[in-house]
Every structure is written in C-alpha cells, then in structure tokens.
Design a protein around this ligand. Structure first.
Ligand code: GLC
Ligand code: CA
Length: 541
C-alpha cells in the first residue's frame, strides 16, 4: 500500500500578511514579520502555513489584484524574504503554501495596460474582450454579473470601444485562459514558485476561470447563494466543466516537481460540484468546503453536513473544512461571542476527518472588529456601502466590510497589541478586546484559554493516527442536542443543546471543554461542552 501524501493529513493556518506582524514600523505587516512569528506557529502545532497574496500589487484588493506574479510588493519585503519564508518554514518541519490569483490581474498589470491600448496589440486577446450590444455597442455583451451581483461583470473601454470582463471588481480584469499564451505565462509563474520550494497553492476563485466562450446569458433566477442574494444562475460563468480540465492541467504542472505539491481550490457549489474538481485523483487534491462558514449551532446540522461530505469525499479524498477566513465573519461572532460555544466548534473542526484550516487569530477567539462602513478600506465595502445603510449592515450576520475580520493579530497587551510599535498607526485599527485578554501573551498563561485549547487539539492530531487518518463513523441514538462521532479508538462528543445529556461512552479524556462529568461508565455533558475520549482496551492476562 502506498503511503498517503503529507497533505492528506495536514492542518493549515492562514496568515493574512498585511495583518500578522510589522517588522519595520510602517503599520503594515510584512514577510520578515511573519518569519519572526514562525516559532509561534510551529508551537501552535500547525503543520502547513498558507500565506495570502504578497505579490506586487497596487493593493486595491489587498493583494488579490496582482501586477507581477514573480515579485513581492515592496511593503511586504523582497524576493529574498519570500525565499527565506519558504526555507524557514521547512527548517521548522512545516510546509508552506502561497496564494495564486489566476482568474484576474490588476488593471495596472502591464499585460492589461497593453491589452486595453488597441484591438490589435500582442496582448489584445489576453483578457476577455467582447463587443457590446445595441446600436453603438454601448450595452454590455450579456447579462453576466460581477461578484457584487447587482452590477454588470463588463466594463467599457472607450479606446477599444469594447467591453472587458471582471468577475470580481472593475479593477480586476479576467484573464483569457483560452489563449495558450496566457496559460503558458501563468504556468511559468507557478513554476517560478515551485522552483523556490513552495509546497503548494491556494487557488483564488478557481471555479470561475473558464466561462462559456459563446457568452450565453445566465438564466435569471433570484435566489440566495452562500449567504448572499443572486439574480441569476451562474451556469455559464461558474463551475463549467472546462474548469475541471484546467485543474488537471495545473495538476500536471505541479506533478513536474517532486514532493506532492498540493493545489487547494477556492470553489463554491454543492458537494458533487466540489468533488468534481478532484477529477479521478488527477485534479486538485483539495477543495475548501465552505459550509462551516455558515454553520448552524445545532447538532443535527453538523451531523447531516459532515455525513454529506463523508459520502461525497470518501477516503482517500479529504474534506477541507473552514470556519472563518479573511472574507467572512469570525466564528465566535456567529454564536454571540460566546467562548464556550466557540470552543465546541474548535473541537469539531479539528477532530472531523479531513484537513482543517484555521485563520490567524481564530486560535485566540478574535472577533469581528466594529468599524464604520464609510471608513472601509475593503473595496467590497466601498462598493456596496452607499446601497446598504450602516444600521442594516450592522445587523447582518454576513459582514459586508471585510476590514472587520482583517484587523491586526493580537500578540500582547502592549500598544497596538504588539502588532506594530507604539506611535505607529496600524493600517487598520486593532480590536480593543486585546486589552481584555484576547491576545497571545495572556492566553499563553491561561490554561483554559482558546489558544491552549487549539494547541491541545493540534497536538492530539499529531499524536493520534486515528485523528489524522482514521475513518469517521457517526454515533447513533444520542440524546437530543448531542453530536458524536468515532475515529477508530477515539470518540468525540459535543453538547450543542440546552440541556445536560448523558451518553453511554467513557474512556480516557484526551481533551474537554466546558463541564463534563464521567461516572459509572457514562459521560454527562452540560450545555456547550465537549469531550474527546479514547477507549481504553483492558489488558489481557
Ligand atoms: C477571493 C478572495 C478575496 C478576493 C477575491 C478576488 O474570494 O478570498 O479576498 O477579494 O477572491 O480575488
Ligand atoms: Ca511593515
């Protein structure tokens, strides 16, 4: 039997470079800052670090708008720093993944500057250009919508008298991946980083790269999708079969290298669509399963969601669960900032079968920072804020202003939570709760902290093969409100209900949160508690 690859049982920690640690007192996190915290990450027990984009960029979408895929933005450091980041992860026994924005570039990328200059230049066909409709072509080519949903995906260029497509925001033109020169150039940038030793990539909006070349209108059908309203079914712009073909081509590029380099896709869709991106083991190795981002704090919800992904991602496929990231609300805010509930969620995330991903600060129980919409630096918030009143935005569980989840990492109780020196203005304000114990230093000293729970859970994953690679079986006939599953010899039980509940399981307690009482071969879980038990097999003779 072949040994399963490293990524199949790894754990991933997402670092948002702008907000992790500022090494040179300009208020902006940077690569040397991240490097200075790698011991912290290693001691947390994480196995793989994923760093959000730090490539050359005007930073209108904070790095998701690239002007050079093979260079580092000066505020983040140099190419030598990027190399050092890779090497220093490796020397600590960790893996490192970078973030590839393949779908679009910045409109300031030299390729686009050239492309927009005429209809006949050498880069003319590097982006998705089309003639408009109507007598003078001043109507967009079709009904495709941008990520903002209520605006067209098309932008007009008076120079070319044509429209170019932007799946996300108007300054992020979509590359034309049907042009072999584009593919070649981008694959070479992928090789550029593989040559430096990066262990893999997170792939930004991967399901949106290949659109219908015939530009057919998407069918109109207002509905809710992933927590947000949509006017159309995006059958011609998202998850088309050609994206799966592209996944296989990209896989072939990483297979040119030794060491099982990994591709992790940001893809949205139902379980079967997500599964299709893995091909027959020849596509992406992993895709994010975003359902936990919009979890219901409810045992039945977790039971059915986990079961559904178990059916669709059977071993050797690995589900890749995520509770929070740089785009979506912090976990703890979805449960009324209740740390007991957030701890139960941490136990679930780190004990279900698959690859868990943790967003920087999640391990501290960091919460969304209340910020005024109109001050937003996030271009998404800046786009929608005139349409959505502050009072409405405040009440939404989805956060329209992504700045709220991107405020600096909270290291200690000193000025700016130790993110940057006193007297320096951090690029976003620090959440004031760092002064109330939500910071690394304070939590390090508190055995009951969120941080120490995450450390314990990561340690358990490293120690117990059952948690890394064991199968998952749901426990049946549990009291109402209780979620339970078994990973070989390890049992995980969590009470998400409102009443204490007693179950007929017992064993050695590997970890617990909240109030749990073991007596007479039974375990009683009080509301918002959880326990990880190892069944102890009696010694014979
Ligand atoms: C992804 C990123 C997000 C970015 C967008 C456009 O959803 O996670 O931060 O703004 O793609 O690249
Ligand atoms: Ca800096």
């Amino acid at each position: 039997m072949s040994k399963s690859p490293w990524w199949a049982s790894t754990s991933i920690y997402q670092v948002y470079p702008r907000s992790y640690a500022d090494s040179n007192a300009d208020g902006i996190g940077d690569l040397p800052g991240i490097i200075s915290k790698l011991d912290y990450i290693r001691d947390l027990g994480v196995e793989t670090v994923w760093v959000s984009p730090f490539f050359a960029s005007p930073q209108l979408d904070f790095g998701y708008d690239v002007t050079d895929y093979e260079d580092v933005a000066p505020e983040y450091g140099t190419l030598a720093d990027a190399q050092r980041l890779i090497d220093e992860c490796h020397s600590r026994g960790m893996r490192v993944m970078f973030d590839l924005v393949l779908n679009h570039t910045s409109d300031q990328h030299p390729w686009f500057q050239r492309s927009r200059s005429s209809r006949s230049n050498p880069k003319a066909d590097w982006y998705i250009w089309a003639d408009g409709r109507g007598k003078h072509g001043r109507k967009p080519p079709n009904n495709w919508k941008s990520a903002m949903e209520f605006t067209s995906a098309w932008q007009y260029s008076p120079v070319r008298k044509q429209w170019y497509m932007c799946s996300f925001l108007p300054f992020q033109p979509d590359l034309n991946w049907r042009n072999p020169e584009v593919k070649e150039a981008m694959f070479n940038s992928v090789r550029f980083w593989l040559d430096k030793g990066v262990d893999g990539f997170r792939l930004d909006i991967f399901g949106q790269i290949m659109k219908d070349p015939g530009l057919a209108n998407n069918p109109v059908r207002p509905h809710f999708y992933n927590g947000f309203p949509r006017l159309t079914d995006r059958v011609h712009t998202e998850n088309t079969p050609d994206n799966v073909t592209l996944a296989k081509e990209l896989r072939a590029v990483v297979e040119e290298y030794p060491g099982d380099r990994v591709l992790l896709g940001e893809v949205f869709g139902g379980p079967q669509v997500l599964r299709s991106f893995l091909g027959d083991g020849d596509g992406l190795q992993l895709v994010f399963l975003f359902d936990f981002l919009t979890y219901r704090y409810d045992a039945d919800w977790f039971r059915s969601t986990i079961s559904e992904f178990e059916r669709n991602f059977p071993a050797p496929q690995q589900p890749t669960y995520v509770l929070e990231n740089h785009d979506r609300s912090r976990t703890i805010d979805r449960v009324g900032k209740d740390p007991a509930k957030a701890k139960v969620l941490a136990v679930i995330l780190l004990t279900v079968r698959g690859v868990p991903t943790v967003y920087m600060g999640q391990e501290l129980g960091m919460s969304n920072t209340a910020l005024r919409f109109k001050d937003a630096l996030d271009p998404v918030a800046a786009t929608v804020y005139r349409r959505v009143p502050q009072a409405v935005a405040d009440r939404m569980s989805e956060r329209l202003n992504r700045d709220e989840m991107r405020t600096p990492m909270q290291w200690d109780a000193s000025a700016h939570a130790g993110f940057c020196p006193d007297g320096v203005q951090p690029w976003l304000p620090v959440n004031p709760d760092y002064q109330r114990g939500v910071n690394v230093a304070a939590e390090h000293a508190d055995p009951d902290s969120m941080l120490n729970l995450y450390r314990r859970l990561f340690a358990l994953r490293r120690e117990h093969e059952s948690l890394r690679s064991g199968s998952l079986a749901m426990l049946e006939a549990l009291p109402e409100g209780v979620l339970g599953y078994r990973r070989n010899d390890i049992f995980i039980l969590a009470n998400l209900g409102e009443q204490p509940a007693t179950v007929r399981y017992t064993g050695e307690v590997l970890a617990q949160t909240g109030r749990v009482v073991l007596a007479n071969g039974r375990t009683t879980l009080f509301p918002d508690s959880s326990v990880i038990l190892r069944t102890v097999v009696p010694k014979m003779g």
